[in-house]
Design a binder for this molecule. Structure first.
Ligand code: ADP
Length: 503
């Protein structure tokens, strides 16, 4: 029996010494009656210095005595929490470690409680890791919450919102609420907005770009740039990660700029017409007076009763032709200044040149300039807005004619040519005018640059923005025979078809 007892004792002792949990027994008054090796190692004290000692214990931290006394009182009164509690102990070298204490009553062989057993574990490392994790998490949320863009993550299967940053949750941020935004702003796979249903993606396909574009919020009307991708969440499930940036203000500025540009172009057309008003009035006056003469002749003959029907008919037909000519001029002018949205389509360049000449020739005649247009009807169609290109041509022809003022009559010719060059059509307006100095060559295209007494200096600036709107180029070269050549390019319609239209 004694051998068995000794064996048992040795076994128990070995077990106590091998565990890494510190064990300490105190009697009902709080005096230490037992410590194991792990306990001594944790508090860095010898067993003989501890056993028999009474509180305050050697390992209590001097400036935390109140906490230590309170813990001891809890322990002795049997009121210590069952799951244990965290505290600190001070090692001999002064370092502090975080520990977790678990208290249980110490009962002897007769079933009588003789004290309390404390199990102590070092939690310094796990605490430090937890604190680091918390700090990392805080940094992460601080960064995401600091963004103006709304960021949120939803479970691809259940649509449960797993993460949402401040901007997403903030009502002022034009999101009625996170959920509404999610349901209304985010395209739903059922609606076929995604190239692939994120719920069917395999791990190898992740991350997968689901959506990248602009959307208008159906309730607030604000515009968002939305980027959405399917990706693997921390726990492995597939989530939709959405970043939505409010671009309403940018969009508004864009719209405003576009509006203003369109208004400017129209104003410039009106100004051109205004400048040509007296010429146009003169031009219209001719058919009108012809009509007046023909009808007066008819009236006189009808009154006298002396007429042949054929004569009257011929006169009326001539009057009719003159009316058509006047109507033609009026229609051209009206089309030219009509307010219209830019609309690009495949159009024949020779048709546009003909229309532009209908107006330009009237002005050219006044200046004693002949216009020679050599634009083949066989050219492939260009992709352009008719009226805008007409505006550019009219402007360039008008400038060219004005530049020839003071030249001898035989040199007052403006030539218009057009030819395909690589994948565009290049149009040239050639004059024999006074030419352009090297120094002015680029300045011509800036707004309000003019060398004319009455000039606004907006013409070429607007022409260039119109041509750039058509993805073309406008520039000027010197004419080797004296004068200048303004050239611009327009894209061919056949090259456009494969590209998305952004007009
Ligand atoms: P504006 O005709 O109102 O002056 P533009 O922008 O059309 O405005 O032209 C700016 C300037 O460019 C003109 O004032 C003129 O000095 C110069 N310019 C334009 N076209 C020609 C040309 N064909 N030959 C010489 N100079 C030109």
């Amino acid at each position: 029996i004694e051998d068995a007892l000794r064996a048992e004792t040795v076994f128990r002792k070995a077990m106590e010494e091998s565990v890494s949990t510190g064990l300490r027994a105190i009697d009902l008054k709080g005096r230490i009656i037992y410590v194991n090796r792990a306990f001594c190692q944790l508090v860095d004290r010898r067993a003989e210095d501890l056993v028999g000692s009474e509180p305050p214990f050697l390992y209590w931290k001097k400036d935390a005595l109140t906490e230590h006394w309170r813990n001891l009182a809890l322990c002795l009164s049997g009121k210590a929490p069952k799951e244990g509690f965290d505290t600190i102990v001070q090692r001999r070298d002064g370092t502090i470690i975080d520990v977790h204490l678990q208290i249980s009553p110490l009962i002897d062989s007769q079933g009588v409680q003789t004290g309390w057993m404390t199990a102590m574990t070092d939690i310094t490392e796990s605490r430090r890791t937890r604190a680091e994790l918390e700090a990392a998490h805080e940094r992460f949320t601080a960064v995401l919450d600091g963004l103006d863009a709304a960021v949120f993550v939803t479970d691809a299967m259940t649509d449960e919102v797993l993460y949402a940053n401040r901007a997403f949750l903030n009502d002022d941020q034009t999101y009625a609420s996170g959920i509404i935004a999610q349901q209304l702003l985010v395209p739903q796979p059922e609606l076929g907005d995604y190239p692939l249903d994120p719920r069917t993606l395999s791990a190898e396909q992740l991350p997968f770009e689901l959506f990248d574009g602009e959307l208008q919020h159906p309730i607030t009307g604000r515009w968002f740039h939305l980027r959405e991708r399917a990706t693997a969440w921390v726990d492995g499930r597939i989530v939709r990660l959405v970043v939505a940036t409010d671009i309403s203000d940018l969009k508004q500025i864009d719209d405003l700029n576009r509006d203003q540009e369109a208004r400017l172009q129209r104003t410039s057309r009106l100004i051109t017409m205004g400048e040509m008003a007296s010429t146009l009035a003169h031009e219209l006056n001719q058919p009108l007076s012809a009509i007046a003469n023909y009808s007066k002749g008819c009236v006189n003959r009808l009154k006298s009763g002396d007429f042949k029907q054929d004569d009257l008919l011929a006169a009326m037909e001539k009057a009719n032709a003159q009316a058509a000519r006047a109507g033609h001029i009026v229609r051209r002018v009206r089309d030219f200044v009509r307010k219209s949205e830019p609309k690009r389509s495949g159009v024949s360049l020779s048709g546009i040149v003909e229309d532009a000449l209908g107006i330009a020739e009237i002005e050219a005649q006044r200046l004693g300039v002949r216009i020679h247009a050599a634009v083949s009807v066989d050219l492939p169609a260009v992709y352009a807005d008719r009226i805008m290109v007409e505006q550019v041509l009219l402007n360039l022809i008008k400038n060219a004619a004005e530049a020839e003022e003071g030249q001898p009559p035989e040199r007052r010719v403006v030539t218009i040519t057009a030819e395909p060059v690589q994948d565009v059509i290049e149009i040239s307006v050639i004059d024999n005018g006074y030419g352009i100095s090297e120094e002015n060559r680029e300045r011509l295209f800036s707004a309000f640059f003019s060398t004319k007494a009455e000039g606004m200096g907006m013409g070429l600036n607007i022409c260039r923005s119109i041509i750039e709107f058509h993805n073309g180029r406008l520039w000027v070269d010197p004419n080797p025979e004296g004068g200048s050549i303004f050239r611009f390019t327009l894209p061919l319609e056949m090259n456009i078809e494969q590209q998305p239209v952004n007009a």
